[in-house]
Design a binder for this molecule. Sequence first.
Ligand code: TXA
Ligand code: MG
Length: 337
Amino acid sequence: MSNTSLLQINTEHPQENLIEQAATIIRGGGLVAFATETVYGLGADALNDEAVQKIFQAKGRPADNPLIVHISSRAMLARVADEVSDKAERLIEKFWPGPLTLVLKRKPEVAVAVSCGLPTIAVRLPANRIALALIERANTPIAAPSANRSGRPSPTTAAHVLQDLQGRIEMILDGGETNIGIESTVIDMTSEVPLILRPGFVTREMLEAVMGEVRQSGSEEDLKRSPGTRYRHYSPRARVVLVERASAEKLKQICEALWLAGPVGLIHHTPIETGEQKQFTIQLSDSPADYARRIYGAFRKLDEKNLQTIIVEGIAETGEGAAVMDRLRRAASEIYS
Ligand code: TXA
Ligand code: MG
C-alpha cells in the first residue's frame, strides 16, 4: 500500500459521503484511523480475522496484545459480548458513551485475532460522532487500538497518525485534536471484584461510587490478565527521565546535570528559568486535564529535535492525573521521586 488518504471530517456533523468512503474500506477488510474522544484509533472490522491481523502488521504490535472493540450502540454489545453482569450494566448506564472499556466474556463471532485467544473481549462505546458514524455506517463492531506504531506515544492528532502510519493504512478521518488525550480506563468485569487493568479518565473513585469495591491491577497475577501492560509503552525515542515531585531548584539541578551530555528536552509546569534550554522546553499548566491532553503531543514535538533525553515533571494524582502518572512511569527509564 502506498497512499494514505486524509479526510477532514466535521466532528459535530460528520459528512455522510466521506464516512461512507471510510465505511466501505472497513467493510472491504481495510484499515481506517479515526478520531475518538481519547486518542486516535486504528480500525478494522472486528468480525473479520484477516482484517484484524492487518492492524497488528501496520502497528508492529506484539501478537499477544489484544485489541479494544468499539461499538456504536448498546444493542451492538450483544454481537460481541456475553454475560453482562448487573455491575457492568450500571457502568454502561453511567459512563457510555465515553472513555471506559469493559472486559467481558467474548462471543465466538468475534475474530480470534482481536482477543489473541483469550476468552474475553474488551469493548467500549466511544463519545465521538466521527467514531460513532463510522461504526454505524460500516454496520459492524470495529477493533481499534491506538493508531501509533507499537511502543510510541498514542496519537492525539491526525498528523501524529501520519507520522507513524503513512503508507501503511488506507485512510485517516481527521477530526482535529482529541479532547481527553490519554487512553480509556480498562476494567475487567469478569471477576467477582472488578479489576482496573489500565487507569484512565474514569477514575477508581468514580467507578466505586457506582458499584462498590474495585481493585487496581498491580500483582504479577493481575499483569497476566492485562497483556498490554507488559510492554514498554507510550514512549518517545528519547530516554525519559521522570521527576515525580519537583521544586524549581530540583528541576534546575537535574536539567543542568543532564545538559552536560548534550541538549535535553523538558516538559514541566513549575516555573523555572530555562535559559539556553528554552528552545527544548514545553511548559504545561499544572492541571491534570491539561497534562493529559498535551503530554503525548509534547513527547512527539521534542522527539523531532532528536534529543537523547527528555525530562518530565510529574503532576498531582487527582482526577486523570493518576492515569497520566501511570503512563509517565511506564515511559520513563529513570524516576526521581
Ligand atoms: O482510549 C482507548 O482505549 C483507545 C481508543 C482508540 O479507543 N484505544 C486504545 O487501545 O488505547 P490499545 O490497543 O492501545 O489498548 C488496549 C488495552 C491494552 O492494554 C490491552 O492489553 C487491553 O486494552 N485489552 C484488550 N483486550 C483485552 C482483554 N480481552 N483482556 C484484558 N485486556 C485487554
Ligand atoms: Mg496503545
